[in-house]
Design a protein around this ligand. Structure first.
Ligand SMILES: NC(=O)c1ccc[n+]([C@@H]2O[C@H](COP(=O)([O-])OP(=O)(O)OC[C@H]3O[C@@H](n4cnc5c(N)ncnc54)[C@H](O)[C@@H]3O)[C@@H](O)[C@H]2O)c1
Length: 331
């Protein structure tokens, strides 16, 4: 290990949003990486106990605190109830679609979670914060690939909450010298992603396909995204935590590859071996037109290459749905 480099091995780690999609994969990876103690803070707004089933099998002592992380007093009490916290990964979030229905609540909650953690960090209650931003903070691409210097032009209250939180974390690092990094993932997919209310496009398409329903595509389907498999994101976040030069920085996490919605549907249809029924509707206000990550900084810092290709990741995700629906039919 070179000077300043560190590892989560033996560390006391707390993950907000750890019962969610990416958070639960991160929890699994933290266990594999030898974390010394592990706490999940989640209010189960979209998180699920079943997402933590693998973790609990390996680590029955996993501490799960069911609380609202935007309540700074509740969060402070939670920290006081744990013997020690060294490292925090902050993933708790009210998602984008909710912000179209409850903009103030989504914005306030997301920013409050971040500000509560920043204050605890400033007070020395833990050592290091890895905060999860989102490519949504950029808005639609003005140029591609999108570097970390791309203007922040959020199009939804959710995206505004991500941009605001990022600024807050960076200013705490710059002003108070706290140890923090902002990771900015592009679109994630994979097993455990929410497919109920407020779901993203891949889980929505697959669930509808398995349940025989028609999906809705907003716009002409030529809008693009950069998809990355959730375990690749979790691995990148862990490695960025470990790397001293990531401190105080914002770092994109993506595949660096752009794909349109129509192309994505065609790949899913190929894997499923049948067509996916969908209909077009007008684009929603705030829908991003184009996203493609520049991952040069990520590659420079941690020599990152996604381990799971899009085709492989989609195969695994479809297999997850096949298994789930096969089990449901047996019940
Ligand atoms: N999924 C993606 O494509 C994607 C892309 C870019 C960035 N991100 C970011 O990654 C992080 C994780 O996203 P995800 O897709 O796993 O979302 P998710 O909704 O699956 O997980 C978020 C978790 O936060 C919990 N939560 C919500 N409000 C809370 C609160 N007030 N207190 C405590 N817990 C609360 C939810 O119950 C859920 O378990 C988020 O910060 C998100 O903005 C996700």
């Amino acid at each position: 290990m070179s000077l300043g480099e560190r590892s989560v091995a033996g560390k006391h780690v707390l993950v907000t949003g750890g019962a969610g999609f990416i958070g639960s994969h991160l929890v699994d990876m933290l266990i594999q990486s030898g974390a010394g103690d592990l706490t999940v803070v989640d209010n189960f707004f979209l998180g699920k106990e079943e997402n933590l089933a693998d973790a609990r099998r390996i680590w029955p002592d996993l501490r799960v605190l069911r609380l609202d992380a935007s309540d700074d007093q509740a969060l402070e009490q939670a920290f006081s109830s744990i013997p020690q916290v060294d490292v925090v990964f902050d993933l708790a979030v009210i998602p984008l679609p909710t912000s179209l229905e409850q903009p103030k609540w989504c914005f306030d909650t997301n920013v409050r979670i971040t500000s509560a953690l920043c204050e605890l960090l400033r007070a020395g209650r833990f050592e290091t914060l890895t905060h999860f931003s989102s490519s949504e903070a950029y808005g639609s691409a003005r140029f591609v690939p999108m570097t970390e210097d791309h203007p922040l032009d959020p199009l939804t209250p959710y995206a505004a909450s991500k941009a605001g939180s990022d600024h807050l974390v960076r200013t705490y690092a710059a002003t108070f010298g706290v140890d923090a990094v902002v990771v900015r993932p592009f679109n994630n997919y994979g097993p455990r992603q929410n497919d109920q209310q407020y779901a993203g496009i891949i889980p929505t398409l697959l669930r509808n396909a398995f349940e025989g329903r028609v999906s809705t595509i907003f716009g002409n389907g030529k809008q693009t995204r950069d998809y990355i498999y959730a375990t690749d994101t979790a691995r990148a976040a862990l490695q960025l935590y470990a790397h001293p030069e990531s401190r105080g920085k914002v770092v994109n996490i993506g595949s660096g590859k752009e794909i349109s919605m129509l192309e994505l549907i065609a790949r899913l249809e190929h894997i499923l071996g049948r067509s996916i029924p969908y209909e077009h509707r007008d684009p929603r206000p705030g829908d991003v037109r184009r996203h493609a990550a520049d991952i040069t900084l990520l590659q420079q810092l941690i020599n990152f290459e996604p381990q799971v290709s899009l085709d492989d990741g989609l195969e695994r995700t479809v297999a997850f749905y096949r298994e789930r629906f096969a089990c449901a039919e047996k019940e």
